[in-house]
Design a protein around this ligand. Structure first.
Ligand code: PMV
Length: 344
């Protein structure tokens, strides 16, 4: 009997995080959104992933290392992802898979690491599959990788392409889809192509209520229908604002979405809040500063206390001193992270 010829494969990839302006909040089926969302992909906050895979006929084993250390807590998520992908990526049936990831940004700092992490893992898995069997190619590779990332973490499907991305069906864009993100860069006015995202790290550390719980609490939320309507309307308004270069309309949607997200948490059952007193203090200072200086400056919040300050690069001269003088003091250990939109 000849020994089977088992092979080893490796893939090294990376993917950035993204920040949503219209928020995905609530899911249906297998990680499909109840409403459309729009984000821009960042350029500096990146997860790097390398995967080594050895073929064998034993049931698949998975090892995961994060920044050099074994992270058992992530294994159940990877097992779920494997179950969801096994029909698309047949190599996941057997063998041993070792995944090693690291981030270029600090932990629990208000940058969505699940988005960059799952997007980079989806890219690497796809890469391994085409090395093993180049015939398992997708008609639309971009949509396929985005869909795989979504099956790991919803918002990750927006991290597999640069710049502005729309995920979820909306009647205003016929090619929009619940299963994957689509690039909307061709619709965007140049004013929105160099946006800065400066993250005020108000509180570092793990969130007291995870986003998965938050999504679940939307299932029987008393404002569920209203929220879905609001997100659809805001998607239309944001697309218009992005097309027309209308920063005022953009800021209105951005702030309404950020505050509504937190309002939905406060009106869930059980109710909770992830905001800190300094989050509100920062928001008030930002609004006052904008009113005084009449500049294009806005903010958004993810599911956490940290503030994402959003402004065109041309405003850095006036915004940076404001951050140093009035906002840095509100941050945990005075930590501020400077990122911006990625365009390629
Ligand atoms: O992809 P998830 O399950 O981590 O959910 C992300 C939810 C928000 O970050 C609050 C909004 C969004 O659209 O990114």
């Amino acid at each position: 009997m000849t020994a089977p010829n088992f092979n080893n494969y490796i893939a090294a990839t990376s993917a950035p995080s993204n920040i949503a302006i219209v928020k995905y909040w609530g899911k249906k089926g297998i990680q499909e959104p109840v409403n459309p969302s729009i984000s821009f992909t960042l350029s500096k906050s990146i997860t790097k992933t390398s995967i080594s895979y050895s073929q064998s006929d034993r049931d698949l084993s998975i090892d995961f290392l994060f920044e050099g250390k074994s992270k058992e807590a992530f294994i159940p998520k990877l097992k779920t992802l494997r179950e969801r992908l096994i029909n698309h990526l047949p190599f996941l049936k057997s063998g041993s898979l070792k995944i090693e990831s690291s981030n270029t940004f600090p932990h629990s700092s208000g940058i969505a690491s699940s988005a960059s992490s799952m997007a980079s893992i989806a890219r690497a898995l796809y890469n391994i599959q085409i090395q093993i069997d180049p015939d398992v190619t997708a008609n639309d590779k971009q949509a396929f990788i985005s869909e795989m990332a979504r099956l790991g973490s919803g918002s990750a499907c927006r991290s597999t392409m640069p710049g502005w991305v729309l995920w979820g069906e909306t009647q205003v864009l016929s090619k929009s889809h619940n299963k994957y993100g689509i690039s909307i860069n061709t619709y965007i006015h140049p004013m929105f192509n160099d946006l800065q995202d400066t993250i005020l790290v108000i509180r570092k550390g793990a969130k007291s209520v995870s986003s998965s719980i938050g999504h679940q609490l939307m299932e029987n939320h008393p404002y569920r229908d209203g929220r879905i309507k609001q997100a659809n309307k805001n998607t239309e308004l944001l697309l218009e604002a992005l097309k027309n270069g209308d920063f005022e309309a953009f800021a209105k949607v951005s702030e309404e979405e950020a505050l509504s997200l937190h309002g939905l948490m406060m009106s869930s059952s059980p109710a909770y809040t992830l905001l800190a007193p300094e989050s509100l203090r920062a928001i008030k200072r930002i609004i006052k500063f904008r009113e005084h200086h009449h500049i294009p400056l806005t903010f958004t919040l993810d599911a956490g206390p940290n503030i994402h300050l959003i402004y065109p690069k041309s405003q850095s001269k006036i915004v940076l001193p404001f951050i140093e003088e009035h906002l840095r003091v509100l941050c945990d250990n005075e930590e501020v992270i400077f990122d911006e939109i990625s365009l390629q």
